[in-house]
Design a binder for this molecule. Sequence first.
Ligand SMILES: Nc1nc2c(ncn2[C@@H]2O[C@H](COP(=O)(O)OP(=O)(O)OP(=O)(O)O)[C@@H](O)[C@H]2O)c(=O)[nH]1
Ligand SMILES: [Mg+2]
Length: 311
Amino acid sequence: MTSKIIFLGLDNAGKTSIITAISKRFGFEEEVMNLIPTRRIDRDTFSFLGLEFLRFDMGGQEQYRDDYLKNPSKYFTGTDLIFYVIDAQDYDRYIESIDYLDQVLLFFKEAQENPPVAILFHKFDPQLTNEKEINQKILTLKQALTKYSREFDIFFFETSIYDIKTIMDSFSSGLSLLFDKMEMVSHLFSEISKNYNALLISLFDSKGITIGEYYRPHLHLNEKLKIYDLYIEAQRRIIEENRDMYEFSDKFDNGNRFSGVVEALTFGNMHFYLLFIIEEDESDLGKTITILDKIEAAKPQMENIILQIIQ
Ligand SMILES: Nc1nc2c(ncn2[C@@H]2O[C@H](COP(=O)(O)OP(=O)(O)OP(=O)(O)O)[C@@H](O)[C@H]2O)c(=O)[nH]1
Ligand SMILES: [Mg+2]
């Protein structure tokens, strides 16, 4: 069974940029700078956890929007997941965007289809995250959008192509809505983390989609971003150097040191990457090494977890 995922939103919202960033993950900046408006609909397919997905990038120019809305069943029927993208910087078009979403969701409601809806407040670029105005505007918009929550499961995300982690997180979380088992993995990781005193445990597929994740509640966003950058680099090295694991050690802005280990796990032609981050005990480095050894020894257990979810 193929699942259908659609990306909707006004023209210039950033849909194609997001899809490009997800598919490439590195070196997409130039391509994104040179994007032209999508004509009608771009389709592509990808697989995740052994399942096939059809992804529709639905061009948002007015003529196309009119077309979809005139013939909604042709375009929307059988949708399993909606990503609705709003240009968070374009305040003047908030109303227009809500209006479009209204009409789209009206179709789904009448057709009695209720796919989950991930709403992305996009172009929430790193330099804006602390600005009062945009935060206030987004908050107001969220309040207006909660009216859909009676009929639909809606989820909000702030994203920016200048912070790839925000994009990957929103996409992974969206997909997780289609997989009960993904929640199970995260739950399991939270249990496992206690044995290793881990700061973070994540399982990624080969394209960087998060299958499960645990992180210590107090871990800051910039700490997560730092870890993610190191992870991307580790994954690149594993592939280039044909390794099955990679270890690194670094420190956060507050000076606290941490160790990371990425293990590559392979099942047939599917590749997964398991990331552990543990706090380094500077007074007792032997302890850190013991934990890292313990993590390595637990590889079969981890492989079992993955086997359960890809079956
Ligand atoms: N500042 C900023 N600009 C972005 C971001 N994402 C995309 N853009 C820019 O927004 C513009 C439009 O992006 P597209 O991805 O083509 O928009 P679209 O939603 O696919 O538009 P249509 O295909 O017409 O529906 C491009 O110039 C991108 O470079 C972002 O996160 N921040
Ligand atoms: Mg486009």
